[in-house]
Design a protein around this ligand. Structure first.
Ligand SMILES: [Zn+2]
Length: 261
């Protein structure tokens, strides 16, 4: 029987100077309303495994892209939670946008889990198009290509058991090979949505995000989040500042880490 995991969301940055029109699909009637965005990685820990979902971005990338408040490296918060980054055995990358790939090289021991269709897209003829290229750091993609040659990337297709109790599920919609992660916990099955729902509003009110590869697939992804979680409150969006209000802070790490279950 699969063991239960404890799950944490680690916030490492935020961007407050942001409006709804940047984030919601179509012509939002409140396009100029403020819409702050937070940046997270997620950690699932059991007696036998430490699984990190996504790798954030570095302070250097934050400075170059500008307009972002970098709070604390997720590496430091992982250590503060009592987990040695060298002991993380699996690193699941939801998709290859820059805000999810920055620290991959800081986990040299981990098996990297990535959907094959995501890697295929970012090494395809379309990767360099103006409206797509700015979402990725080419050096991060190149690093993953190298690591694949080194045998360290588990390229998966659809559903994949990362370890007993943790599964990855390709949903697409936002990027071609976007995957979400289901984690078994004592509170029920949690779904780490990453960018299948940037905000609670995306999934709770079925308001699609503005960066879309195929809109019907994004709606299918909302259905998948509901099907993969035991309760709606166990769906954890990827960029919503409200996550810090809906779950309790880890004592001593207020504003940086919350415990989901
Ligand atoms: Zn993102």
């Amino acid at each position: 029987m699969a063991e239960d995991f404890e799950v944490y969301a680690i916030k490492f940055a935020q961007r407050d100077a942001s409006v709804r029109g940047e984030h919601f699909y179509g012509h939002d009637p409140c396009a100029m309303e403020a819409c702050p965005i937070s940046y997270y990685v997620w950690l699932a820990v059991s007696d036998n495994h430490s699984v990190l979902v996504d790798a954030g971005y570095t302070p250097e990338t934050a400075a170059r892209r500008g307009n972002r408040d970098y709070l604390q490296s997720p590496m430091d918060t992982i250590r503060a939670l009592g987990v040695d980054p060298d002991r993380i055995d699996h690193l699941v990358i939801s998709h290859l946008h820059y805000d999810h790939t920055g620290h991959v090289s800081d986990f040299p021991q981990a098996e990297i889990v990535l959907q094959e269709s995501e890697m295929a897209f970012w090494t395809s003829r379309h990767a360099g198009r103006e409206q797509l290229a700015h979402f990725v750091e080419p050096s991060d993609v190149a690093y993953l290509v190298e690591q694949n040659f080194a045998g360290r990337v588990r390229m998966v297709d659809g559903v994949h058991e990362v370890v007993p109790g943790v599964t990855a599920h390709r949903v697409g919609g936002h990027t071609p090979g976007l995957q979400v992660v289901q984690v078994r916990t004592a509170a029920g099955r949690v779904v780490l949505a990453a960018d299948a729902a940037h905000f609670y509003e995306n999934v709770e009110r079925e308001k699609p995000y503005g960066v879309v590869t195929y809109l019907p697939t994004m709606y299918d992804a909302f259905d998948a989040l509901r099907a993969l979680s035991d309760r709606p409150e166990l769906i954890v969006p990827g960029h919503d500042p409200l996550v810090l209000q809906r779950f309790p802070a880890v004592p001593g790490l207020e504003g940086l880490a919350i415990r989901i279950a």
